[in-house]
Design a protein around this ligand. Structure first.
Ligand code: FAD
Ligand code: UDP
Length: 380
């Protein structure tokens, strides 16, 4: 194998690593079992010419200047403040729940009083996880917390995770805090954008380097073997580095049992009308058995596109069956202990580097994943 490094998985973790190593003069082979690059960020034009995110809506958001600078070498950006609304009864209310939402839910005087209390308790501009807000003893704040818990978190979380908010890691619900401000944007980061010509184009540019070969439709497990601390590639001992960004249990034939993940079924629909919902994302927090509907033309600025394409997301428990994709690690002590067993096994191979949302069994965003890949390759 004439490669210094083999990388499995062409998502943001694999592509960032490949580019950095290639620029340092390393010969890199990137293998991807899907027929395309981009991992879960992959986008493509559908049959109606609308750019869709095949694995659910992705927005690049970050406060990390280094990550933004790195990715800006491979794309220009369509900057916008991503806003999400929740359908509660016949109202569409801004999510995260913020002071604007407060004034839509409660009448004038009461909303003014509650606003004052929230600011006094937490400070103007603060971001309070719902599970923290529920611990507040003040009956007024408790009332808001209960409203938010019941109308925004409970049913959506039951659908997404099959568990109540108090049963899942607080890190997960903490991603969408109650925001004590009038900012309707979903994220609090300095930069919020889509790659101007799509994620796939950005990945193509990242991987376009003379030191990188990309093999799609290639499962690394068909070429790599791990035995007694040594890595074999196509039967011969391989002395280079292997960066693996797939699920770690799968690399070791699930020998300690399967790591639990949540999966999603994406149901796309094209409609011959200008607009379906007038918003990029509507969360269904108290009704329906899907979690959210994304309308792509509003997500990616394709407002003049003819017709409109939407996608509904139906969560389910990943079983490992053919055709299913693991999307979300289910963070709890038991699952993390099982993950550690696989990690110990991986640690027996000093040249094997598990990296990524799946391989590290973590809830990373795109920017955090890019940063992790920058840090790992720095030290290789
Ligand atoms: P992936 O993108 O999953 O890439 C891993 C790749 O490895 C895959 O292409 C897979 O096919 C390949 N692979 C696995 N096993 C093998 C093998 N054995 N051999 C070869 N290849 C293999 N983050 C944001 O910042 N903003 C968002 O708006 C956002 N929205 C999201 C919406 C959804 C529905 C989901 C599920 C995630 C979202 N994320 C978002 C998170 C984002 O997708 C991840 O942070 C990012 O994709 C992680 O990159 P990765 O390279 O670790 O994994
Ligand atoms: N969540 C919720 N209602 C919402 C939005 C989020 O209950 O309207 C909870 C849910 O548990 C979800 C978590 O907060 O899984 C994190 O939401 P986020 O939007 O970050 O999820 P992602 O986009 O990663 O699927």
């Amino acid at each position: 194998m004439p490669y210094d490094c083999i990388i499995a998985g062409a998502g943001i973790a694999g592509a960032t690593s490949a580019r950095i190593l290639a620029e340092r003069g390393k010969k890199v082979l990137l293998v991807e079992r899907r027929p395309h690059i981009g991992g879960n960020c992959y986008d493509e034009k559908d049959d109606h010419g609308i750019l869709v995110h095949v694995y659910g809506p992705h927005i690049f958001h970050t406060g990390d200047e280094g990550v933004r600078e790195f990715l800006s070498r491979f794309t220009e950006w369509y900057d916008f403040g991503h806003e999400v609304v929740a359908k509660v009864g016949d109202k569409l209310i801004p999510i995260p729940f913020n002071l604007n939402t407060l004034h839509m839910v409660y009448d004038g005087q009461k909303a003014d009083r509650l606003e004052k209390k929230l600011i006094e308790a937490y400070g103007d501009g603060s971001r309070v996880p719902i599970m923290k807000l529920r611990e507040n003893d003040d009956p007024d704040i408790r009332e808001i917390a209960e409203y938010v818990y019941k109308n925004i978190f409970l049913y959506y979380t039951m659908k997404q995770w099959g568990q109540k908010p108090e049963e899942i890691s607080p890190e997960v619900t903490g991603r969408v805090p109650v925001v004590i401000s009038r900012d309707n944007r979903y994220f609090g980061d300095k930069y919020q954008s889509e790659p101007l010509h799509g994620f796939t184009k950005m990945f193509e540019n990242m991987l376009s380097h003379e030191n990188i070969d990309v093999w799609t439709d290639t499962d690394c497990r068909d070429m790599l073997e791990f035995s007694d601390g040594k890595i074999y590639c196509k039967g011969k001992e391989y002395g280079g580095d292997v960066i693996y960004t797939g699920a770690l249990d799968e690399l070791f034939d699930c020998k300690f049992g399967r790591l639990p993940y949540r999966s999603l079924d994406f149901k796309f629909e094209h409609l011959i009308q200008d607009s379906f919902q007038g918003h990029s994302v509507v969360n269904y927090t108290v009704s329906e058995d899907f979690t959210r509907i994304t309308e792509f033309k509003f997500l990616t600025g394709q407002k003049d596109a003819k017709g409109t394409t939407i996608v509904r997301e139906y969560p389910f428990a990943y079983t490992g069956a053919e055709g299913e994709t693991p999307y979300y690690a289910i963070l709890n002590d038991e699952n993390e202990a099982l993950y550690e067993k696989y990690r110990e096994l991986a640690d027996g191979y000093p040249k094997l580097h598990p990296l990524g949302r799946l391989a590290e069994y973590k809830y990373y965003n795109i920017d955090a994943m890019c940063r992790r890949a920058m840090d790992l390759t720095e030290n290789l």
